[in-house]
Design a protein around this ligand. Sequence first.
Ligand code: NAP
Ligand code: ZN
Ligand code: ZN
Length: 349
Amino acid sequence: MTTVKAYGATQSTSPLEPLHITRRSLKPHDVQVEILYCGVCHSDIHTVRNEWSGNTKYPVVPGHEIIGVVKAVGAEVSKFSVGQTVGVGVMVDTCRSCKPCNSKLEQFCVEGITGTYNALERDGSGMITYGGYSSEIVTDENYVLDVKQTENLAGVAPLLCAGITTYSPLKYAKVGPGMKVAVVGLGGLGHMAVKFAVAFGAEVTVISTSASKVAEASKLGAHHFIHAPSQDALKPYDSSFDVVLDAISADHDYTAYLNLLGLDGRLLVVGLPEHNPKVAPFALIKNRRSITGSMIGSISETQEMLDFCHDNNIVAEVETIPMVYINEAYERMIKGDIKYRFVIDLSTL
Ligand code: NAP
Ligand code: ZN
Ligand code: ZN
């Protein structure tokens, strides 16, 4: 085991602070990664502040948008070699034997995924996983991604969560030319959803509570912008869209967004607010609408997404920050004051 530097929280009401954590010795299929960059996802904030059913195990070291360089490999590693640029996303293990695991859909593992942070390792050691707000990570090669990008690696980091979490449901909904797609919540996830929906050829509308994002939405490629400080502003757009992707982090109801959908329209839910949204059945039965949830994507789909971004020059819009800025970054994210992802430069740890 090695002791490494990290940043984390010891309780829900404390700011993040410097910590030392241990990383396991290399097992035969393990890869040791020196972390260069780690994106800051709103899930990090939900977890640090214990907003999801009180499931946080302290101390917690967040971070699941990791880009780094392989420093060492275990004896039986075949997929990666020392010096290679790699990524680690939201999951670091699954049961590897259930139906979803055997169908390249391991994000839906029947036993649940082992999260990159705040999860119990499956090896019986009782160790809790620690994420990317850290100088290095040791993890199984089967849950590591090959990063072909050589430039702007800070902009690549958010693809590991914000990227795959929006790419996967848009693909599942077969978003493409001739479809009208609305993205609600122009944050880290939302801005990637816009980039992908545009790249897939759809007509894209951003629905945002922030009037200040209108110019940037168009720079991201969106064709239309609706400023909706309250849900009342959405009434004129009843039955206007084929797909609405909901990437809102704060508490909200689904009904007003369902009403935006035309015949067989689909509300793609990725946002995970603290409290459960309300749904009006009348809004569901009209137009035979449906709600589809989606959780990240499989490792193979994450690789496909990274390669798609490489081939199409897609990266996240980021503000790179030193590690000590993290508490201020959280406050700014909650206020919506970020365009569109903070990424920590781990050389500052
Ligand atoms: P983020 O960067 O903080 O963006 C959230 C956006 O929500 C904000 O930019 C804001 O957009 C909008 N918003 C905030 N408060 C709102 C309100 N009261 N009403 C309406 N809109 C509001 O967060 P993120 O990192 O993209 O994450 C978004 C959500 O997805 C989080 O809940 C996160 O935990 C979840 N998530 C889910 C998965 C998954 O696998 N399903 C994976 C990662 C993250 P505007 O300024 O445009 O209104
Ligand atoms: Zn995330
Ligand atoms: Zn499984």
